[in-house]
Write a protein that binds this ligand. Structure first.
Ligand code: ADP
Length: 474
């Protein structure tokens, strides 16, 4: 753990394992309640001088952290593959995406502008200033163990907030490596604190109830997000919540089914489906059903599961046994209720996969609302295909979910695409595009998918208060 510029190791530890092999790859300290308090104290003491630094000083440090992160890209990516299981190429992409936030917010730090506002009284002047919200408590997930850290820390630091980070218990080593990057960049002691905990609940409770923490930034499941939001509301704290998703992907009659199948085979199986923006319901118009399913199945059959360190493997393990069981139970439920299995549908245990948590990339067709998979987030390598006949109905079907994070549309007709973009109740919509994300673009969801946005200019507002001055002139 990294508290007030010091590395803390003398605690009981918990183990970190590689989900591809089951091997223990490290151990990290399990924080005590005193550690949580010490980290919050360090962040609130450091805030006094950190918020007085110029935007140019903060920008310079973020820029330096960006340089260090890129110089360690390979090392960070290899650690991520060992700890989280994703293929090395995907880890390299994530380190780059994570670094992008440092650069974007290093630049944006210099553009935190206030306003002058005309008054109806000739002797009155209004000005506004943007000020940092204060100490931030950040809780991050294991599926994107580095970029979810920088997506929160970079804007917080850019505006003059200090923070305490608690990473997921499955991926604390990536967080430790990022703390080393920030330390080497030269951030003052106490500005960034990292605590690791086997049991996240007491840390969440402390972040929500300690009056010195003014904002909670969370990425994780909707269930935990709702709980933390309720706890934070009791203390009137600002929150950002990036929660679950259940993304629809719609293939319209005017789309190219082969192109759509190619794109969706890539985005569905990215990170082994363990992404909140992963397509979870693929609606294909009946005119394309046969061609789409043939192309999708052919592509999915070519996906190889295994160690992320072996070139050519694109399917990593699931993060733990519970995740694997959840995926399998959704698939078995769908099959019992009449879905058709095109490929996959079982755990992989042959050869080197034996020690890991691998599930065969799966395509299901004939999925209906009676099946759990139609409404529940899967977070695994399963592509459920729903065949539809009516273009107006499909937009209502796509919106029929408590989630509102991402959606995907395939159409070669401009009017169809614009109408779908306007009708879909989701925060991020890819139109013939499977990667609608960037440090410069707002990321976040509607409905039970969360509150607020990360990245982009919206992402920095999350860490700012507006202060109004009304000046009466004598
Ligand atoms: P997932 O099911 O994908 O692991 P979680 O919401 O459980 O998603 O985890 C996301 C992050 O939230 C992790 O850092 C985890 O440790 C943390 N977390 C889980 N439960 C709680 C809780 N009760 N209070 C605070 N943080 C929590």
């Amino acid at each position: 753990m990294y508290i007030d510029g010091q590395w803390v190791t003398e605690r009981s530890h918990f183990l970190v394992t590689n989900p591809a092999s089951g091997d223990v790859i490290g151990e990290v300290p399990d924080c005590t309640s005193e550690d949580i308090d010490a980290a919050i104290t360090a962040a609130s003491e450091a805030l006094k001088s950190w918020k007085q630094t110029t935007a140019y000083e903060r920008s310079g440090l973020l820029y330096r952290a960006w340089e260090i992160m890129l110089s360690r890209k390979q090392e960070l990516a290899e650690l991520m593959t060992r700890e989280q299981g994703k293929p090395l190429k995907a880890s390299l992409n994530e380190v780059q995406y994570g670094a992008d936030f440092l650069l974007w917010f290093a630049e944006e730090a210099k553009r935190i502008n206030g306003q002058t506002i005309p008054s109806s009284r000739d002797n009155q002047r209004f000005i506004t200033q943007k000020v940092p919200v204060g100490v931030v408590g950040a809780i991050t997930p294991w599926n994107y163990p580095i970029s979810m850290i920088t997506r929160k820390l970079a804007p917080a630091l850019a505006v003059g907030c200090t923070l305490v980070l608690k990473p997921a218990e499955q991926t604390p080593l990536c967080a430790k490596a990022m703390a080393e990057v920030f330390e080497e960049a030269g951030f003052p002691a106490g500005v960034i604190n990292v605590i690791t905990s086997r049991d996240p609940a007491p840390v969440g409770e402390a972040f929500c109830s300690d009056p010195r923490i003014r904002k909670l930034a969370f990425t994780g499941s909707t269930a935990v997000g709702k709980k933390l939001n309720a706890q934070a509301a009791a203390h009137m704290k600002r929150v950002s919540m990036e929660l679950g998703g259940h993304a629809p992907a719609i293939v319209f009659p005017d789309a190219d089914p082969a192109h759509a199948a190619k794109g969706l085979s890539l985005v569905k199986f990215l990170n082994t489906g363990q992404a909140c923006i992963s397509p979870n319901r693929i609606f294909v118009h009946r005119v394309h059903a046969e061609a789409f399913l043939a192309e999708l199945t052919a592509r999915v059959c070519r996906l190889k599961a295994g160690s992320g360190f072996e070139a050519g493997n694109s399917i990593g393990p699931l993060i733990n046994e519970a995740a694997l069981q959840k995926v399998d139970s959704q698939v078995q439920d769908a099959l019992a209720k009449g879905a058709t299995l095109y490929t996959g549908g079982h755990r992989l245990t042959d050869g080197e996969l034996r020690g890991g948590l691998f599930y065969a990339p799966t395509v299901l067709a004939g999925v209906t609302p009676e099946m759990r998979i139609y409404y529940e987030e899967t977070f695994g390598p399963v592509a459920p295909v729903v065949i539809y006949g009516d273009e107006d109905d499909v937009l209502a079907m796509a919106n029929d979910t408590e989630y509102g994070l991402a959606a995907y549309v395939y159409s070669n007709n401009l009017s169809t695409a614009v109408k779908a973009f306007e009708a879909l109740e989701f925060g991020i919509i890819g139109i013939n595009d499977i990667n609608p994300t960037s440090a410069a673009a707002p990321f976040g969801g509607m409905k039970s998918s969360g509150l607020g946005r990360e990245g982009a200019q919206e992402g920095i507002e999350e860490y700012l208060e507006t202060k109004l001055g009304g000046f009466a002139l004598g």
